[in-house]
Design a protein around this ligand. Sequence first.
Ligand SMILES: [Zn+2]
Ligand SMILES: [Zn+2]
Length: 172
Amino acid sequence: MNPDNRKDWDTYFMDIAYMVSTRSRCNRRHVGAVLVQGKKLLGTAYNGAPSGVPDCSEAGCMIAEEYELVIENGQEKMVKKQRCVRTIHAEQNLLLFTDRIDREGSSVYVTDEPCWTCANMLANSGITEIVFHRSYPKDTGKVTAMMAQKGITFRRLEGYHPPQETIAQVEE
Ligand SMILES: [Zn+2]
Ligand SMILES: [Zn+2]
């Protein structure tokens, strides 16, 4: 802790991302993301249905199952994944509500490690750094490899504790 109890910038922006995530109404996951250029906050977003249509708390999650072919120790296997497809993910909303010119060379702070689709979009969005807190093991291998190929700094905030009041009870 700093002598004057000031938050460092990583904590500052991740706290804001968690605060933003409390707006989410998906029962499966509350995700918040913020766009930061230098020390300047340029946008905030959370996962949710498009504005004006019923969200997960009103209409229930829209669960889709998909299978992905994964090669593990030379063996092919199909891995089943379940996700809520009603919502636009926080990272995608962040791209919808910010300008390309603002994103060039900027950072994204996001409460959860991006899924493959979001990572793919972020990689092509102009941003050069992604900082996340909670891990998303399902996609972490391929996302980490792609970020390395793109030269995007991709790091987990270790030892970080979100503000208690921002943690939602969600179904697993
Ligand atoms: Zn949902
Ligand atoms: Zn995503």
